[in-house]
Design a protein around this ligand. Structure first.
Ligand code: HEM
Length: 446
């Protein structure tokens, strides 16, 4: 349930708040290691310290990783006044803007989230099926049939196009190609790891005033504002299905509508939160299928007979085994008891998606790609958490799963997937965990 919160998370416990044990390395070392090998670091610390440990990072302070489902539940159902997620994301402020639902907390966050929820309702996604199928089919048909193709850039092209059409609602033509070019330029700037580390080191405030960066944002903003104003003036909102048009029509309980500035910030948020994440998840799904012929054959059979259950299980298992982000964050406003320990105010509690998804007590043989597990048992609210949880759960989860299903169905119908080269491992790309060689496969003709 979206809005449910548990009063039990308020501090009643007495005693001195303290952080759980963790590596006592100098912060430069722990930061460098986290940056270079996040998953290995999580695994090693989990093996050494158990379900809860402290990890220190430069500029970030103490992160308390948790991986016990009961503790994760406490965080996801805890009082959002005490568990700030927006505050923990301020590094994104210069790009997303101060109205972004990702960066707000407390009543402002809930107000913005309520306005944005209806367009993302699961059933509404059907409306985007046709445009998503067309985009996927055109992209897949453009690939060579006899040499490896790197899936991640190809899937990024698909997810960017889907966002431009289904979220921004831009039609084919000059405006679409201008916006596509400018957005690509900006996305390259913020998701290229080498540049991103420089931008992160600058910090949110200095970055906002950094002239070359401002110029990127201004160019994109001009196009987005033109789109918003054009759409307001067009008078045909009622007949449109794209998310920008639905947001333009949204009203809160007092009849207030979103301002142009708020709309701009939310469009940037949807682009930023939905583009690279979905592309990464798709590249992993394709990688895994290419390397698991029995599972691929079962999927091909199901797609031929118009079924959907196994496809859904493939998507769920991909997001379990190769979660796109390794953790989510909440900053404690007051001391709070979590997992039997009173944690101090200011600590960042980090439910670790990666470690939760690898618990052998929840997922036997956790290293194995076995979509059947989600046919045998539906995913648990606090044990399958690729989209986070509670009042901050990913707004685009249904959108992403629906898009993944459309693209995978189209791919399996049109091509025969084969592995290329050695097995790929997850490596960090700013905040997402991507296949080490970009997800290479051969997509032979059927
Ligand atoms: C496979 C693809 C995706 C993954 C793995 C993913 C994952 C996440 C995660 C982990 C969070 C943070 C949740 C938390 O703190 O508890 C999040 C938040 C969010 N995501 Fe996604 N996401 C995906 C696709 C999308 C798409 C397609 C959109 C929109 C088009 C989107 C929009 C958002 C928004 C707006 C938030 C902020 C919600 C809030 O703070 O209230 N995401 N996502």
């Amino acid at each position: 349930m979206e809005l449910a919160t548990a009063d039990t998370s308020l501090v009643q416990a007495s005693g001195t708040p303290e952080l759980p044990p963790g590596p006592d390395w100098p912060v430069v070392r722990s930061t460098a290691r986290w940056w270079r090998r996040p998953l290995q670091t999580l695994e090693e610390c989990g093996a050494r310290y158990g379900d809860m440990f402290t990890y220190r990072l430069a500029h970030e302070g103490a992160w308390v990783f948790i991986s016990d489902p009961e503790a994760v539940k406490q965080v996801f159902t805890g009082d959002p006044r005490l568990l700030h997620a927006g505050e923990a994301n301020t590094v994104l402020l210069p790009v997303l803007g101060e109205h972004s639902v990702l960066l707000l907390d407390e009543p402002q966050h809930m107000a913005q989230r309520k306005l944005m929820l209806p367009p993302f309702h699961g059933k509404r996604m059907q409306a985007y099926g046709e445009v998503m199928t067309r985009i996927a089919a055109e992209e897949i048909d453009s690939w060579p049939a006899d040499q490896p193709v790197r899936m991640r850039p190809r899937m990024q092209a698909v997810t960017l196009e889907v966002i431009l059409r289904a979220v921004f609602g831009v039609e084919e033509g000059e405006r679409l190609s201008l916006l596509r070019d400018e957005l690509r330029r900006m996305l390259d700037l913020i998701s290229n790891p080498r540049r991103a580390i420089f931008l992160l080191l600058l910090g949110a405030e200095r970055l906002r005033r950094f002239r070359p960066f401002q110029r990127y944002v201004e160019r994109v903003d001009r196009l987005i504002y033109a789109e918003i104003q054009g759409r307001r003036a067009s008078g045909d909102l009622a007949g449109r299905e794209d998310i920008l048009s639905l947001l333009l029509e949204a009203r809160d309980e007092d009849g207030r509508e979103l301002s142009d500035r708020e709309l701009r910030d939310e469009l940037m948020t949807l682009l930023f939160a939905g583009h690279e994440t979905t592309a990464t998840a798709l590249s992993w799904a394709i990688q895994l299928l290419a390397r698991h012929p029995a599972e691929l054959a079962r999927l091909e059979g199901e797609v031929e007979s118009e079924g959907e259950d196994y496809l859904d299980a493939v998507i769920k298992e991909t997001l379990r085994l190769r979660p796109v982000v390794a953790l989510v964050l909440r900053r404690l406003v007051e001391p709070m008891e979590i997992g039997g320990r009173l944690l101090p105010a200011g600590a960042n509690v980090a439910p670790s998606i990666y470690l939760v998804h690898r618990r052998p007590d929840v997922y036997p043989e956790p290293e194995r790609f076995r979509p059947e597990r989600f046919i045998e048992r539906p995913p648990g609210t606090y044990t399958w958490i690729p989209f986070g949880g509670g009042v901050r759960r990913c707004l685009g989860a249904s959108f992403a799963e629906f898009e993944m299903a459309v693209v995978l169905r189209e791919l399996v119908r049109r091509r025969r997937l084969l592995p290329a080269g050695a097995v790929e491992h997850p490596v960090r790309r700013t905040i997402t965990m991507v296949p080490s060689r970009g997800g290479e496969v051969v997509a032979a003709p059927r």
